[in-house]
Design a protein around this ligand. Structure first.
Ligand code: KG4
Ligand code: ZN
Length: 349
């Protein structure tokens, strides 16, 4: 459970009030429920992680993820209500992540949210998971749109112009692997446990980031490509392990991480130049990465930009970000019907 001071924005959008939204998130391997008041004040944020269950498989097994969500969702929602000190009858709306994500996993949260909304006769609101990640920035500060968001997660790498609370425009994305996927695959090549991102982050602290100069793929425009970097790490490891070069795993991890971070920051600054936005917000699981957070801070100071970083607990998947996103739809009058479906590949916007 997390209670934070709400960072009230200076300019509240029309219709803003202190409505309670219950958010549900089951798009991958986290079963999460949260009660958020007025869009920004987190009263509870319960996360039941399945990481230990999927670790022996080296990644998330979709069928197992869906089954575990079914087992856990009831208790997680009950706990979120209990920690928030409220009952179902107090909740003003139910927000649920309905894509992108694993379809079987999404359907569990979606069905549960529909049942609650129907039983309580309260609005049901489908939330885009990526937009949810961006809204994690509203949970710990007074940021307001417009701003540029760099979304870096296990499934996506996107540059998004957040024009208003309900207006998102994708400016660029990855052509192949997502940033988190590249971290996870590089980690696997290094023999590190799943999920690889946090493992690389930790190991890098003992390594020399300049030990190996890995390629930085910079495409025309605002798109990304990480498959070349991932392949370079795998090939380098095969060659160097045979040659016994003296380059440690920590050096490899740090060098890979630096290459990935360099590209992310470079494209982020190009997007700033093109949009003219003065505020940048990171989002998604990889936004928890220490090197990325530090590099973003330096880049924003140098370029006179305001930087927002979600609190670490709101970087990876959580339902507070879903409740927050749902709140801004709610006060703008959006309602979904009981025919709301899961959209495994739906982009933001
Ligand atoms: O946002 P998220 O929880 O789920 C998706 O929507 O995909 O992101 C999970 C991804 C994984 O690839 C994980 O390795 C990565 O975020 N990640 C990190 C760190 N913490 C999580 N990557 C680098 N450094 C971290 N500290
Ligand atoms: Zn996510």
């Amino acid at each position: 459970m997390t209670t934070i001071e709400s960072g009230a924005p200076e300019r509240l959008p029309a219709g803003a009030d202190f409505k309670l939204v219950l958010g549900i998130e089951t798009s991958c391997d986290e079963t999460s429920a949260s009660v958020v008041q007025g869009g920004r004040e987190v009263l509870s944020n319960v996360i039941s992680s399945q990481i230990d269950i999927h670790r022996p498989f080296g990644g998330v097994v979709p069928e197992i993820a869906a089954r575990k969500h079914i087992e856990r969702i009831g208790a997680v929602v009950d706990e979120a209500l209990a920690v928030a000190g409220c009952q179902l009858t107090d909740i003003d709306a139910y927000a649920v992540a309905n894509g992108p994500g694993l379809v079987g996993a999404l359907l569990v949260g979606l069905s549960y949210a529909k049942a609650l909304a129907f039983a309580q006769a309260k609005p049901l609101i489908g939330v885009n998971h990526i937009e949810g990640h961006i809204c994690a920035n509203y949970l710990n500060g007074g940021i307001e749109p417009p701003f540029l968001s760099l979304v870096v997660s296990g499934g996506h790498t996107l540059l998004i112009a957040v024009r208003d609370y309900n207006q998102y425009e994708v400016l660029g994305g990855t052509r192949d692997d997502a940033a988190g996927e590249a971290f996870d695959k590089a980690a696997r090549a290094l023999g590190l446990p799943y999920p690889g991102g946090p493992a690389i982050d930790r190991l890098s602290r003992e390594g020399d980031a300049n030990a190996v100069r890995f390629p930085r793929t910079k495409l025309e425009g605002l798109d990304f490509s990480f498959s070349g970097l991932k392949s370079a790490v795998i090939q380098y490891l095969e060659r160097e392990r045979k040659a016994n070069s003296g380059i440690s795993d920590a050096d490899m991890a740090a060098s890979f991480q630096k290459a990935a971070v360099d590209v992310l920051i470079d494209r982020m600054l190009l997007a700033v130049e093109r949009t003219g936005y003065k505020t940048v917000a990171l989002a998604g699981g990889v936004a928890a990465n220490r090197a990325l957070r530090e590099a973003a801070e330096v880049a924003c100071i140098e370029n006179n930009l305001e930087l927002r970083l979600p609190a670490l607990e709101y970087c990876t998947d959580n339902a507070a970000m879903v409740a927050c996103r749902g709140y801004y739809s709610l006060i703008a009058g959006k309602r979904d019907g009981y025919d709301l479906n899961a959209h495994p590949a739906r982009m933001a916007g």
